[in-house]
Design a protein around this ligand. Structure first.
Ligand code: URA
Length: 214
């Protein structure tokens, strides 16, 4: 992969990716690694000052299923991987319910650096990070994306609809299906969200098996 200059702005990253993806079919794993290495040094928003490290994402670059969360929390900021704290345990339960494990999926966040005190990500932080998520999704080319919580769901579906009305409602976008869910952390502090959240594992199983058949 040719060099993407250190310090490239979100617009330069998007333009570089636009040119690169037209020219080179490339190996998803190694191209992903190249962009990850670039992102680890990113200073395109103020979160760079308070983060411990960039949390790029984990899993197979050839996965048919991608989970997109909101932003790293404290555990993820320290550990460098998404969903390794309490919300990650709920996500693991959901994966088990859907008959899946982490090796078969890719897990990333809308925003790759921890917002201080786990506050909501700001629009400018989401905008600064959006080329990275776009690159991840275009390289992986999943058939299904599960969006976890309001920020991931609204960003990927380009909607202002609330998460309660989106929860479990499968959507078709240009390149993949989207299954929006409550954020796993929300099921910890609001137990009424657990049932609809876990029920969606059945929907996911069905969607994945029908995508296999097609
Ligand atoms: N919450 C998220 O949205 N993402 C993580 O990686 C961890 C907690």
């Amino acid at each position: 992969m040719p060099e993407l200059k250190v310090g490239a702005s979100p617009e330069e990253i998007a333009a570089f990716w636009g040119e690169h993806s037209k020219r080179e079919p490339s190996c998803a794993e190694s191209t992903m690694q190249g962009f990850k290495n670039h992102a680890l040094k990113c200073h395109n928003c103020a979160l760079a000052q308070s983060r411990t490290q960039v949390v790029w994402g984990t899993g197979s670059a050839n996965a048919a299923l991608v989970f997109v969360g909101e932003a790293p929390g404290r555990n993820e900021d320290l550990g460098g991987e998404p969903f390794i704290g309490a919300a990650g345990k709920v996500l693991d339960e959901f994966l088990a319910e859907a008959g899946l494990n982490r090796d078969e999926v890719y897990i990333a966040n809308v925003v790759k650096c921890r917002p201080p005190n786990n506050r909501n990500p700001l629009p400018e932080e989401i905008a600064a990070c959006s080329p990275y998520l776009q690159i991840q999704l275009e390289l992986i080319r999943p058939t299904v994306v599960v969006t976890l919580g309001k920020f991931a769901s609204q960003s990927l579906l380009q909607t202002t609809r609330g998460i309660s009305s989106l929860q479990g409602q499968l959507q078709q976008t240009e390149h993949f299906k989207v299954l929006p869910l409550y954020h796993p952390a929300a099921t910890i502090y609001d137990r009424t969200k657990r049932e609809p959240f876990f029920e969606a594992a059945t929907t996911l199983r069905q969607v994945l098996s029908s995508s296999d058949a097609s």
